[in-house]
Design a protein around this ligand. Structure first.
Ligand code: CO
Length: 331
């Protein structure tokens, strides 16, 4: 069993606000043994526990849940895409090194996705190449950089580079739209994130990104692809009926489903079945968002207990598809 969507945080890192001379950088406030609050400037962002930074704690919980391999990536809060590229590059190196350190303590059962300064295509490509040499298996990117969606020229060039480096790419929603109306009740997570992910996929399809990317690019969207699968019929209908919808796409939106994967973090068995029907049982992979508070509490439980999947399909969802995505499938 392979979990392709889990997060890490180093136990500590240098004071970025002091280093760069600007406020509102993330930092860790340790509250008691094994517990901390991820802070953003003076704001409490998220309570976390030592599974974020301790490989041995992760392995313990992986054993509890029957997980063989886990892919760790930083939280998008650390991307720094909205900062000067040099600062984002430093952050990427810092957190990428931490990820490798945690993986080294994981007895071969932890793999890592790096982060890159995506606001600067050249720097991002350079950091990615270095990270792949250092042992990362791919990269986690946000679904946009400011106003640039995933059909942006620089982002497409970066994704082409990922394909040439053999890097798996996990697209994670971040920097959610409509902040002024979603700041209460964590609606940025429950409403904004699924919309961002959908926006990322739709931008790539209609912006002609897939026409410019090689078939061997291994790409996955988090959280089941957000709102995408459920609203694909609406998108196809619009594509058929209004030519202004089509952009640079050369076929119906639903004809692009073979070009990417989604993870299984939908938290509902009927939704998972629907997702597999839309995407194909070979395109959905276990992804938990472990060990964050909105992640799957017992990793793999949803797929293992889902009715309507045969044993072979469950094997694919729980690990077989991830082997292909990560490029670790046996020939
Ligand atoms: Co996540």
């Amino acid at each position: 069993m392979i979990d392709i969507h889990s997060h890490f945080l180093p136990e500590t890192w240098p004071d970025l606000a002091a280093r760069f001379g600007t406020p509102d950088w993330p930092w860790m406030r340790h509250t008691e043994a094994g517990k901390a609050m991820l802070m953003l400037g003076e704001k409490e962002f998220r309570p976390v526990y030592d599974a974020c930074w301790s490989a041995s704690r992760r392995i313990e919980e992986m054993d509890r849940d029957g997980i063989d391999l886990q892919v760790i990536s930083a939280t998008p809060l650390l991307f720094a895409y909205d900062r000067p590229a040099q600062q984002a590059t430093e952050c990427a190196r810092l957190f990428n090194d931490s990820a490798r350190e945690i993986c080294c303590g994981g007895a071969g059962r932890l793999l890592s996705l790096c982060q890159v300064p995506l606001q600067d295509t050249d720097a991002a490509c350079k950091v990615l190449s270095g990270a792949m040499r250092d042992g990362h298996v791919g990269v986690q990117i946000g679904n946009h950089v400011g106003e640039r969606n995933l059909d942006d020229e620089g982002l497409i060039v970066f994704l082409q580079h990922c394909a040439s480096e053999g890097a798996a790419v996990l697209v994670h929603p971040w920097d959610m739209l409509g902040k002024e109306r979603t700041h209460k009740y964590m609606m940025a997570w429950t409403v904004g994130m699924p919309a961002e992910t959908q926006l990322g996929i739709v931008s790539m399809i209609l912006g002609g990104a897939f026409e410019r990317l090689p078939e061997n690019l291994r790409l996955c969207f988090a959280h089941g692809g957000g709102s995408f699968a459920f609203l694909l019929g609406r998108l196809d209908n619009a594509w058929r009926r209004r030519d202004i919808v089509r952009g640079k796409s050369t076929g119906l939106p639903s004809s692009y489903l073979r070009r990417f994967y989604v993870d299984s973090a939908v938290f509902d068995a009927a939704a998972l079945r629907f997702l597999a029907d839309v995407m194909g049982e070979d395109r959905v992979m276990l992804g938990s968002d472990y060990p964050f508070p909105l992640g799957e509490e017992f990793v793999g439980e949803l797929i293992r207990n889902a009715p309507g999947f045969g044993a072979a399909a469950k094997t694919r969802l729980l690990g077989g598809n991830a082997e292909r995505f990560l490029g670790i499938a046996e020939a």
